[in-house]
Design a protein around this ligand. Structure first.
Ligand code: SF4
Length: 317
């Protein structure tokens, strides 16, 4: 089990196979505060780029990992507790990691800072960049992403177009759809036009499948997702749940540790993460599996989501 602070996983990812997460941002430091964010509310909403986590710390944790465990990883993925392009050293980190390993490097980004030339330059050595674009109209952008006040959707779109022109490797654009917020068919048509101008290699549609930050952030049905997928582009695809069978044995020990903990007391994702010393994003993946298996259930209390062991699981103990 990996107990490093800034490297987590590898976690099964619906888009990237087994992904080793690299977290270079303090918890919930982000330029957005998306209604669907599974990490909770943004506590430091900023567009200021800084060396939030030192490069040498990341490199040394990663070196240890690569010595211990390297053959399980499909991608080394910059993702985690906030927006990775806010770390001004991301480009140098990608460059050094490329010298250490031939595992492909992916970057998950909300795309909001791609209008800055330094951000685009920083990502140029990545093998794959997965930006998001959830709205092309300012008021919808504000409702779904609740961006920093310095951000406007035109600039995000302009940044994505420039990045497409300059970046030689693949760009997979993610669109997260939230019921009643950005699924208006007029907005979808406008988004289709913008996406065709951006011309990403893939367009991946997602909806709220994980415990979101706001209980009001609801998923679209499968038929609605299919309809929007057709409207958006021939290249669009719906992100499907990953193949569970292959992951089962791998996840079992940690799954059981989480269930044992929840048997003792209800916990938030943060509680489980702190108790087991495993990164929040990794815990979220296991909770997703445990919910699908009906071993744990979510309960809302105040504005927090707690997880408890299901009645079926209790009976089987
Ligand atoms: S989903 Fe991503 S971009 Fe949105 S608030 Fe969470 S970390 Fe930031």
């Amino acid at each position: 089990m990996n107990r490093k602070r800034h490297i987590f996983g590898p976690v099964p990812s619906r888009r990237l196979g087994f992904s080793l997460g690299v977290d270079i941002i303090p918890y919930k430091t982000c330029s957005f505060d998306c209604v669907y964010c599974q990490l909770g509310r943004t506590t430091n909403k900023t567009i200021q780029r800084r060396g939030y986590v030192p490069k040498q710390l990341i490199i040394s944790e990663l070196k240890d990992y690569l010595v211990e465990d390297r053959d399980k990883v499909d991608y080394i993925t910059f993702s985690g507790s906030g927006e990775p392009t806010l770390n001004s050293k991301i480009g140098e980190m990608i460059g050094e990691i490329k010298q250490m390993t031939d595992i492909p490097i992916a970057v998950l980004t909300n795309g909001s800072l791609l209008f800055e030339v330094e951000v685009r330059d920083g990502l140029r050595n990545a093998d794959l960049v997965l930006p998001s674009l959830d709205a092309v109209t300012q008021n919808i952008f504000e409702r779904v992403n609740r961006p920093h006040e310095g951000l406007v959707t035109e600039k995000t779109i302009e940044g994505l177009k420039k990045f497409r022109k300059e970046f030689d490797n693949e760009i997979w654009l993610e669109v997260m759809l939230v019921k009643g917020i950005n699924d208006d068919r007029g907005e979808v048509k406008r988004m289709a036009d913008v996406i065709s101008e951006i011309n990403p290699d893939k367009i991946q549609l997602n909806t709220v499948v994980r415990p979101p930050c706001e209980p009001l952030a609801m998923p679209l049905s499968t038929s609605e997702m299919k309809e929007i997928c057709k409207m958006l582009s021939e290249k669009a695809e719906i992100i499907t749940p990953r193949a569970r069978k292959a992951l089962k044995a791998y996840e079992k020990d940690i799954e059981d540790e989480i269930v044992m903990l929840l048997k003792r007391r209800p916990c938030t994702i943060g509680d489980i993460s702190n108790f087991l010393g495993i990164h929040r994003n990794e815990i979220i993946k296991y909770i997703e599996v445990l919910e699908e298996d009906k071993r744990v259930v979510k309960r809302g209390h105040g504005n927090q989501s707690y997880f408890v062991v299901s009645e079926d699981e209790m009976r089987s103990m």
